[in-house]
Design a protein around this ligand. Structure first.
Ligand code: NAP
Length: 322
């Protein structure tokens, strides 16, 4: 049995990463009755990033520090951040959303801003699950310090892989970037920095097909050449996998328009194909996913929600259910 929440809200914000916190700050300033539901600590992916150097106004700031600043800023303007996991977002017959959580609560509002980010894509190879937390990691900042003086592998060729490989060299004796192609998709500046790092070696055109180890943890990778299919092994004490993120959109009950990779398609007000359901940040289909774009999306979404609520009120007054 789910417990009903007696208080209804103007807007429910799902997730408290940069987008969620920014939306909460704007909602607070807009005098909206808002709740932000976050399963972990506020900050989202900021908490998995060591140094941030591309958030304008902060030439260099620790992810944790920026998360703290954003959280304090949102709270200063009245953000109500609750710790719980959203399990389902469903539009009810009266046009309001029921947001159900793991703690058995149901939050209700005519508008929802989904800022739930994404979860790391898994390689899906033997050993990955078995050695997760025992040498297999998806977070360099969280786990890098466990690998002092060791040989490490990073899998992937995007911004995350190249940037985190560079970060990991502060602990590891060497970091191999294993990439399935002969060029990176990472931005030039990150590539140049990593390629100039003497502790980084790139292994091009290879796939990881198995992660092996002992009861102590991972100790080697089995690689396959993408052209010849020749197999080889690579001795490592740990492997960090950065092959992309999957947007956390599965909580939405009902069909919502998305792109081929599953990111939600919105209009220029950040509204999805479900009226009243807005999306901002890493869940949204767009060219790039940066902190700056996340907070930009969230600003638009929060302001658009204010305007949307005015139309809802008019419709409710007229007795129309959307
Ligand atoms: P991404 O840009 O999608 O890159 C994923 C990488 O993983 C690609 O190189 C891809 O190879 C590889 N890959 C995907 N599936 C694979 C598989 N099954 N086996 C082996 N390799 C696989 O993802 P991301 O690096 O996580 O970045 C996500 C977004 O966050 C991007 O928009 C990025 O710009 C942003 N980001 C920015 C920064 C920054 O600016 N400081 C830092 C981190 C992330 P292919 O290239 O062959 O497809």
């Amino acid at each position: 049995m789910r417990e009903s929440v007696t208080n209804a809200y103007d807007v429910i914000i799902v997730g408290a990463g940069p987008a969620g916190l920014c939306a909460a700050m704007y909602a607070g300033r807009g005098m909206l009755k808002a709740v932000t539901i976050e399963r972990g600590a506020p900050g989202g992916e900021l908490l998995n990033t060591d140094l941030i150097e591309d958030y304008i106004g902060f030439a260099s700031i620790k992810g944790w520090d920026l998360a703290q600043k954003m959280s304090e800023h949102a709270t200063k303007f009245g953000a109500d951040i609750v710790t719980d996991t959203v399990e389902r977002i469903r539009k009810a017959d009266d046009g309001w959303f029921d947001v159900e959580t793991a703690r058995g609560k149901v939050y209700r509002a005519p508008a929802v801003i989904l800022t739930a980010g994404g979860t790391p894509v898994k390689l899906g190879v033997p050993g990955e699950q078995e050695y997760a937390g025992k040498g297999v990691s998806y977070c360099a900042v969280c786990d890098g310090a466990f690998f002092k003086g060791e040989l490490l592998a990073v899998v992937g060729g995007g911004d995350a892989a190249v940037e985190e490989a560079d970060y990991l060299t502060r602990y590891a004796s060497k970091v191999y970037i294993v990439h399935r192609r002969d060029r990176f998709r990472a931005s030039k500046i990150l590539q140049e920095r990593a390629l100039a790092n003497p502790k980084i070696d790139v292994i091009w055109n290879k796939r990881v097909i198995e992660i092996k180890g002992t009861e102590k943890g991972t100790d080697q990778l089995v690689l396959e050449d993408t052209a010849t299919r020749a197999r080889s092994t690579l001795k490592v004490g740990g492997v960090f996998i950065f092959i992309g993120f999957k947007p956390n959109t599965s909580v939405v009950d009902g069909h919502v328009k998305h792109d081929a990779a599953g990111y939600l398609i919105t209009d220029d007000r950040m509204m999805t194909s479900i009226p009243g359901l807005f999306a901002a940040g890493d869940v949204r289909s767009q060219l790039t996913r940066q902190i700056t774009t996340a907070v930009g999306d969230a600003t638009t979404a929060a302001i658009a929600v204010e305007k949307y609520l005015a139309t809802v009120k008019e419709r409710e007054k007229a007795g129309v259910v959307s």
